[in-house]
Design a protein around this ligand. Sequence first.
Ligand code: URA
Length: 189
Amino acid sequence: SDFDRSYQTYESMVEDALSCTRCDLCETRKNVVVCDGTPDARVMVVGEAPGATEDEMGKPFVGRSGQLLIRLFGEIGISREDIYIANVIKCRPPENRDPTKDEINRCGAFLEAQISFVQPKVIVPVGNFATRYVLQTKEGITKLRGKTFARANSVVIPTVHPAYVLRNGKRAEEDMRKDLLLVNQILEG
Ligand code: URA
């Protein structure tokens, strides 16, 4: 099936994603948002789906959420260039609605390939959708954030979504800060 498809090269995965018509989101997207950063990165962030700014620019986490996320990574000495950034869903859902199960299943082969080519030391899924996909669980982010999990050769450390931090202020921001300190600790260890 499409889901099991594996790619010979990283570049062929990117090329396939850029012309993808596996779901209806291809009809409303402006750009496919595959990733940002180098596949050599030691840390990978996984978000939910592109928003309006990301759809416009063709890059993940370049809007308000992205600015917050990158600022907090900056506080622990990790810059945007150090991070491989991807989303579960590569195309913007209209009105930023939640991705459907069907969209997630059809798009999953890309993230699977990204994780297996990058083999990051640490994967940081942000928010419920990314955490549930990366850890293949139905458990929620509140219970999972700030803990370490194993996935293949990577350590997974879920944290809250930056959009949630933007809505919820200081306390949520402190949660993300704490989780990123753990990320740094694992990266240095
Ligand atoms: N929110 C996400 O989950 N991903 C992005 O790329 C931007 C906002």
